[in-house]
Structures are given as C-alpha cells and as structure tokens.
Design a protein around this ligand. Structure first.
Ligand code: ADP
Ligand code: MG
Ligand code: MG
Length: 251
C-alpha cells in the first residue's frame, strides 16, 4: 500500500536535508510502528506523506497503491484515503468542530463519488463515534482544538480518522499527553479500524501504546533513514536496551 523508495527530503526554507535515503514498505492490512530518537525525522516523514508544502523531495519516491503521490497536493492525497493524525493538532479558531467534520466528511464522499451525508445521519455517526471515544458531545460545538487539552486534541484526531475512514492512517505520537484511560480508548479506536484493506503507521516512543496496538512490523528511524526493521519483538528489545546499541551498529 505504501512504498517509500530512497527518499531524500529537505526543508524548503533552509535546504536542510532531514530525510536521507529512507526506505519503507507497509502492506495493506498491516500495522507498522515507527520508533526512533527525538529529532530523527519521524514527524517530518509524516508531513511529507501527507503532502505538507514546507518540504522538498529531492530524490526517491513515495508510492501509494503503486502510484506516486509526490505531485499530489494534500487534498488530493486525503481524497485518495491518506490521513495524518498530527503530533501537534492545529487549532482552527472560528470553525466549530462539528462543521469541520461535516465539511471534511462530505468532501471525502464527493471525492469517492458518494452523495452528501444527510444531517440526521451525520449527527448519528458523530454521536456514536464520539461516545465510543469518550468525547463530550458539547465539545464538538467549540472551535476545532481551540482550548482542548492535549488528550482532547488527540481524541479529536481519532474521531476525524474514524469518521473519514481513510485507507492509510499515519498517527504521529498520538499517545503523548494521554493518560492510561484515554490511551486505552484511543487504542481501541485504532484497533477498530484495522482491516485487510487498510494500513496504519503508528509513530511512537512507547511500548505501552504497542501493548495495546500490537504492530505487525517495527521500524527504527535514525537521522532520516530506517536503520532497522523487525517484528513486534524489536519494540520490546528497544524498550529494554534503548537505541544506543542500534545506533552504534548503524554507525
Ligand atoms: P522527530 O519527529 O523524529 O522527533 P522531526 O521530524 O520533528 O523529528 O525533526 C527532524 C529534524 O529536523 C530535527 O533535527 C529538527 O530539529 C529538524 N527540523 C524540523 N523542522 C524544522 C524546521 N522547520 N527548520 C529547521 N529544522 C527543522
Ligand atoms: Mg519529536
Ligand atoms: Mg515528532
């Protein structure tokens, strides 16, 4: 589903290369975990997959279902089913969360050639999914993410993901700032999305999330490259020994 080949990318402003020859394959039906020390390029990689404009790909390619997405803008990628849950979700003053969800869902449906959701059906789905995520319905009347706590922002990201039903989900440190109960709720939400025609990329530092969302594969990112890939045991090994050994090997 996702194939990243020898990707090199830099920050458009400064020209600093952050992604330096990265290879990664994620199959449909798979949950892949990406781990790695701070500053290794995990968030940058997720922005580049989503198509954020502040980055320039200088070499390599990103294939999604066999098709290069590099020339597509973020909206086109989203319409094709690529979804990024941000590490730091953006605040959007002036747009009620509900309104945002409605517009996002309908533009997704339009891209798929489906009719607009009728309001009662929309409300029913939002109520169901927000209840499952422990989100207070009243919160959805507030502007998106404005004044939300860290945990509320992360739940709102998962709510969007569940409503939009993307095919490739990238979650950037969705666990940071969550207490154990919220973590469990978020993990249940992600697990409910697991399906043979969907892939999930979970970026995290912590085994505690991977106890709840058990990955099929684990990849370690360091200095803009995947330096090691393995199965779920690799995450346990990292939890025990840290990154130092791996980094030594890579050097
Ligand atoms: P991670 O998510 O793995 O912690 P990031 O992708 O956030 O890493 O950052 C990778 C590297 O790129 C870091 O060294 C960071 O300081 C640098 N970086 C990210 N964004 C910018 C920017 N806009 N300008 C300069 N350096 C940046
Ligand atoms: Mg970081
Ligand atoms: Mg990050």
């Amino acid at each position: 589903m996702l194939e990243i080949r020898n990707l090199h990318a830099r920050i458009a402003d400064s020209g600093i290369e952050i992604i330096r020859g990265l290879n990664l394959t994620v199959k449909a039906g798979e949950v892949a975990a990406i781990m790695g020390p701070n500053g290794s390029g995990k968030s940058t990689l997720s922005y580049i997959i989503a198509g954020r404009e502040d980055y320039e790909v200088t070499e390599g390619d990103i294939l999604y279902n066999g098709e290069s997405i590099l020339e597509m803008d973020p909206a086109e990628r989203a319409a094709k089913g690529v979804f990024l849950a941000f590490q730091y979700p953006m605040e959007i003053p002036g747009v009620a969360t509900m309104e945002f969800l409605k517009v996002a869902m309908n533009s997704q449906r339009k891209a798929r050639g489906e009719p607009e959701l009728k309001i009662p059906e929309f409300l029913k789905r939002v109520k169901e999914e927000s209840a499952a995520l422990g989100i207070d319905f009243a919160m959805l009347k507030r502007p998106l993410n404005v004044g939300f706590s860290g945990g509320e922002k992360k739940r709102a990201e998962i709510l969007q993901m569940k409503l939009l039903e993307p095919k490739l989900c990238v979650l950037d440190e969705t666990d940071s700032g969550l207490d154990i109960d919220a973590l469990k709720i978020v993990a249940d939400g992600v697990n409910a999305l697991r399906s043979p025609d969907r892939a999930v990329v979970v970026i995290t530092h912590y085994q505690r999330l991977l106890d709840l969302i058990v990955p099929d594969t684990v990849h370690v990112l360091y200095k803009g490259q995947v330096i090691k890939s393995g199965e779920k045991e690799l995450a346990l090994e990292l939890e025990k020994n840290g990154y130092a050994g791996l980094i030594g090997e890579a050097a």
